[in-house]
Design a protein around this ligand. Sequence first.
Ligand code: CU
Ligand code: CU
Length: 281
Amino acid sequence: MTVIRKNQAALTPAEKRAFTNALLELKRNGTYDRFVSAHNAFLMNDSDFGKRVGHRSPSFLPWHRRFLLDFEAELQRVDPKVSIPYWDWTVDRTPGSSLWAADFLGGTARARDGQVLDGPFAYAGGKWAITVGVDRRTYLRRALGAGGTQLPTKAEVNAVLNMAEYDTAPWNSASNGFRNNLEGWRGSNLHNRVHVWVGGQMASAASPNEPVFWLHHAFIDMLWAEWQNRHPKSTYLPATPTPDVVDLHGTMRPWNNVTPADMLDHRKFYTFDTEQAGARQ
Ligand code: CU
Ligand code: CU
């Protein structure tokens, strides 16, 4: 079966329900929090000058692609029809977007403590207690757009997609090139800024506690594929062994048989709705 990743804004009410129900089931059976823990551990370890794999390094994109694939496989064990939708935050850019409605992820939180009060992940619903976190608060928190943060624009995304070089030395948060500008340590700050815009757990190392993590990273993943389309001659860098980072054929922890090269072609695993016959590019 071909997996199709769809724009979250185009999901039917039944598709939204199937996705959130699968998340709740993984939370209930303990699988979900294993992913939160894994991400938390990697983020805490990924520093600019040591061995780094998930963040601040070239393998940011293939690492998260594989992380999402593992998670999507777990969702599909619950419900084979479910795939991870993507959130195009250049279009759905306000707290009023249907993404944040009570029939999907729920909305922004109350000011007093940041607690999300509606939707399937509201603490009072009894199905979404935070167990892996940076503090003892057990409820999902958000502060959508608080402090005047704006989500990145199409023009900002376009400027980064136009960068022809995948990555450059020193292969960390100081690098020039597509990967670091997309990750957000450089330039207009794309990926990181979205974590901050959502706020709460999404802005912490334990960001997968926030279900929109998956939709955000599915879109980042899609932008990587769009970049490949625009620059057919560009490739993943570094191509050869390089201290502390994962080269094209290096092994990405925690997997022992996965390399960036294995992750370059998403069509082995899924396609995006925009790639379907008849879809407008
Ligand atoms: Cu991450
Ligand atoms: Cu992220």
